[in-house]
Design a protein around this ligand. Structure first.
Ligand code: BT5
Length: 264
């Protein structure tokens, strides 16, 4: 197995990202929880937490993120932006674009599934969990957690994930190549920096446009499930907050803040 340490990652970072502090742990509960703790203690913007494995990897709504050791990437990045609370989902958009670019540069064909998944061949290869600490109306810090399936084989996925394996894939499965974790991690950090800077310089419209170009469901018929409800319609775009805009059969539009999208 190739080396996977903060030094092996740092060596591959671009000049602009080299200064970042990277904490790499063998095992944690959740890298998002560790990042929250560090951020509360005042670490700087851009600080990164990585773990080889997680015992309590989290998705949205208390779902589990399966996080075996030696194979994948589990990373959280702390941002200290000057934004309002309602703008937090923009960080999921920025991260999804960076992820899609990194995966594409590693030879696979990703598409984004709103709000926070990256699919390859319609199966989930990566997920993003964006959380934040409020300070009044504004955000004190944002923690972006990213899980990417890099080197799990079908056999390992079936063993580790049981029935979820059917809906999951890895970059190795898609490309047939073993992925160097340090190299992939450095490339992802570099892309995150690029897209975060684009957001700061050019604003949200550029991000929404780039995200939409990588979205697998634009103008497609979808079902969106949330709580106990489900609605159907045409996925017509995302609004300025990153919320899904659905055109329903009666011609009206509905804006959806959170949910799970199925292509029909
Ligand atoms: C997500 O949630 O997709 C966000 C996942 C974020 C994980 C990262 S790892 C680093 C950081 N630290 C954390 O504790 N979390 C973040 P959601 O959209 O709710 O999807 C969760 C669902 O994905 C689960 O209910 C499963 O069905 C499925 N799933 C779980 N583990 C998976 C995996 N390794 N690959 C593909 N699908 C998985």
């Amino acid at each position: 197995m190739k080396t996977f340490t903060s030094e092996s990652i740092k060596k591959l970072l671009k000049k602009e990202t080299m200064e970042k502090t990277i904490y790499l742990f063998e095992e944690v509960g959740s890298t998002n929880d560790v990042a929250f703790e560090l951020a509360r203690n005042g670490v700087s913007d851009g600080t990164i937490v990585i773990a080889d494995s997680q015992t309590k990897g989290r998705g949205r709504l208390q779902r589990k993120w399966i996080s075996p050791s030696g194979l994948n990437l589990y990373i959280s990045v702390i941002f200290r932006p000057t934004i309002q609370i309602k703008d937090t989902p923009l960080f999921t958009l920025i991260t999804s674009i960076a992820l899609a670019e990194t995966i594409k540069n590693n030879g696979a064909e990703p598409s984004i599934r709103w709000p926070n998944d990256i699919l390859i061949d319609r199966k989930k290869a990566a997920g993003v969990l964006t959380e934040m600490q409020p300070r009044g109306e504004r955000v004190d810090f944002v923690v972006v957690g990213i899980g990417v399936n890099l080197n799990m084989t079908r056999e390992i996925m079936e063993r580790e994930m049981e029935e979820i394996a059917e809906t999951a894939t890895s970059i190795r499965e898609a490309t047939g190549y073993e992925i160097d974790r340090s190299k992939f991690t450095a490339e992802l950090i570099n892309e995150l920096q690029i897209w975060y800077q684009k957001f700061q310089k050019e604003g949200r419209n550029r991000i929404i446009q780039e995200w939409t170009e990588r979205w697998g469901a634009i103008n497609r018929r979808v079902q969106v499930k949330f709580d106990e409800n489900a609605v159907e319609g045409i996925a017509s775009g995302i609004d300025e907050n990153g919320y899904l805009v659905l055109k329903k059969d009666d011609g009206t539009y509905e804006t959806i803040v959170a949910g799970d999208v199925i292509l029909l």
